[in-house]
Design a protein around this ligand. Structure first.
Ligand code: NAD
Length: 552
């Protein structure tokens, strides 16, 4: 559940009956994740005062109060706090009235005598989600960042205004709601899912699927847009796409994850396919999830279609080296940048934020080059050791304990502190929006290699450029993943598999070429590396659009 304060949901119960207050309190107190912070008011006026004083995620409202009755109660709360979702709690005899309140804009109603922990929590969760969908699907900071980066590049390159308008929004978006059964057989969850295809001009579209509690249409659209520039930058015959489900996958069992994935695959199957749109893993998904999507799609077709996804297990037609490709690519590019900057990698220190697929592989391959890893983090903690961290020991610890929390061979620091450590190479490989105007000035690396998508805001970019930090921008730095995905798709469509050596050699030569073109453009036109990389990508897409002409 995505709320104003992370995993804590602030609930305001406006209810004058102490027995019902006690009941709600008991039901919510049993939940640890999310944690419910309940405040209550016995009159409408007291409720409005509390709404005024504190940020509230959801209101539970009894319509019959000592100082207000019927629909008037709802209307007064709604007009006082128009953006806060409201769930009516009603007696059995007032159900008709509660339904009217829903018609007037309340998100749901619950009958007091039928309240259970599941129904109460679920109703509030959906109320928050639906309000968010209504208000904020497109209004995502990430989408604004992607659009602003694109507009900056468009301005520098003098992009044709017709094409500029065409590329600013995705060409095709699909929003689905889908149910999946919990292991407790009678519990059915409904979640939001997305698939966005930014440009259909370049060939099939390509992009990962993300499972995360913050996923929204805007976020997925931003990621799809970046995929377009990334594919064009490294000269792959794909347009950009991305997908996601708004859910925290860490709270799901393996069976639940499979049911969710299969239903999501079915919902998006009309618009995916080897010649249409080819998903891959992203945050919260992995090769097992890809195998389920491939199997579901194949079952629907009646024959096996390996090329519908990439990032699959090897035995199903996955490419050798795909799992580690993004991290490997990050490190190939760091090697190129180090040559340009005349940095001797065996004397360098590195900090990596995020220890999932991208972060752990980047750390591993940096270690193989003799770089000393002094800091690493994941969602639970950061770990710092100025003498150097043992990567095999970190990998083993995470394999056993899932997270870095409690790792014994270093000091535990926050993610904010980690980013500000003095080091030669910083690799953000977790989330977007990590280096901002707020902390950019305190970033102390020489080389920033963006394993994650969108980790740096435009304002932070300016500060870092002024400080002389050399940036390997996300669309270049993490392009290794989609490049080996492309190899996987090529191999699947030809039924001819390559060796690991062939994969890595081809990956290296594609990334070296993209680095050289980006650096040349940056140096020739005095652009920063991000703008140069963006223009490399946007220019190719614009050329293709012009060459194809306009239909009809
Ligand atoms: P992942 O789910 O495998 O790992 C994410 C890591 O980030 C985990 O260690 C998680 O604990 C950590 N994390 C989550 N929240 C955090 C926080 N608030 N602070 C610090 N760490 C946090 O995901 P991934 O596939 O490694 O993707 C990471 C980033 O790389 C994403 O931005 C993704 O879009 C990008 N990316 C991934 C690929 C790929 O092939 N997997 C390709 C290109 C780009």
């Amino acid at each position: 559940m995505n709320t104003s304060s992370g995993n804590t949901v602030k609930v305001l119960l406006i209810e004058d009956n102490p027995i019902h207050v006690g009941l709600v309190k008991t039901l919510l107190s049993e939940s640890k994740s999310p944690f419910f912070q309940l405040q209550y008011a016995g009159t409408l006026q007291a409720g409005l005062n509390q709404l005024d004083a504190a940020a509230v995620d959801v209101v539970l409202l009894d319509l019959t109060l000592p100082d207000s009755e019927d629909l008037d109660t709802f209307i007064r709360v709604r007009s006082f706090a128009p953006t806060v979702p409201i769930v009516i709690v009603t007696g059995l005899d007032d159900v008709k009235l509660a339904a009217k309140a829903v018609e007037a804009g309340a998100q749901d109603y619950l009958v007091k005598t039928q309240l259970s922990r599941t129904s109460l929590i679920r109703s509030m969760r959906y109320a928050i989600e639906r309000t968010r969908v209504r208000d904020a699907e497109w209004d995502s900071p990430m989408f604004r960042l992607a659009q602003r980066q694109f507009l900056k590049a468009a301005q520098f390159m003098g992009l044709d205004d017709n094409i500029r308008q065409r590329l600013l929004f995705p060409q095709r978006t699909l929003v689905v709601t889908l149910p999946f059964r919990r292991d407790h057989y009678t519990e059915v969850e409904t979640v939001f899912g997305y698939r966005v295809q930014h440009i259909l001009t370049m060939g099939p579209t390509k992009g990962g699927i993300r499972y995360h509690q913050d996923v929204s249409l805007g976020e997925v659209s931003a990621l799809a847009m970046w995929m377009s520039w990334k594919c064009a930058l490294v000269h792959l015959p794909f347009g950009g796409a991305k997908g996601g489900v708004r859910i925290d996958p860490t709270g799901l069992t393996s069976h639940e994850l499979q049911r969710l994935t299969r239903r999501f695959a079915t919902e998006i199957s009309p618009i995916i396919g080897p010649d249409k749109d080819i998903p891959a893993p992203d945050m919260g998904t992995n090769e097992r999830v890809m195998a389920w999507i491939m199997d579901t799609y194949s079952q629907e077709k009646g024959y096996t279609v390996p090329a519908v996804v990439t990032g699959k297990p090897l035995v199903l037609g996955g490419a050798r080296g795909r799992n580690e490709a993004t991290g490997r690519g990050v490190v190939y590019l760091i090697q190129e940048a180090a040559k340009h900057l005349k940095m001797n990698l065996s004397e360098c220190t590195a900090v990596v934020q995020g220890f999932g697929n991208v972060g752990s592989h980047a750390a591993l391959f940096l270690g193989e080059l003799g770089v000393k890893l002094i800091g690493v983090s994941d969602a639970t903690t950061g770990v710092y050791n100025r003498h150097g961290l043992s990567i095999p020991s970190l990998l083993e610890y995470v394999a056993q304990n899932r997270f870095l929390e409690g790792y014994p061979e270093g000091d535990h620091i926050s993610n904010e502190e980690l980013l500000e450590l003095k080091c030669d190479i910083l690799v953000p490989a977790a989330l977007q929006n990590q280096i901002t105007a707020e902390n950019a000035d305190r970033i102390q690396c020489k080389l920033l290699a963006e394993g994650a998508n969108g980790p740096t805001t435009l304002e932070a970019d300016e500060v870092l450029n002024e400080k002389g930090v050399f940036i390997l921008p996300d669309i270049l730095a993490n392009a290794g993943g989609v490049t080996v995905s492309y190899f996987e798709w090529v191999q699947d469509t030809q039924n001819y598999m390559w060796t690991l050596d062939e994969v890595n050699q081809r990956l290296k030569s594609i990334l070296k070429d993209a680095f050289r073109r980006t650096l040349n453009r940056a140096q020739k036109n005095q652009f920063d590396m991000r703008t140069a990389a963006m223009i490399e990508g946007v220019e190719r897409v614009a050329q293709a659009k012009l060459a194809r002409g306009l239909y009809p």
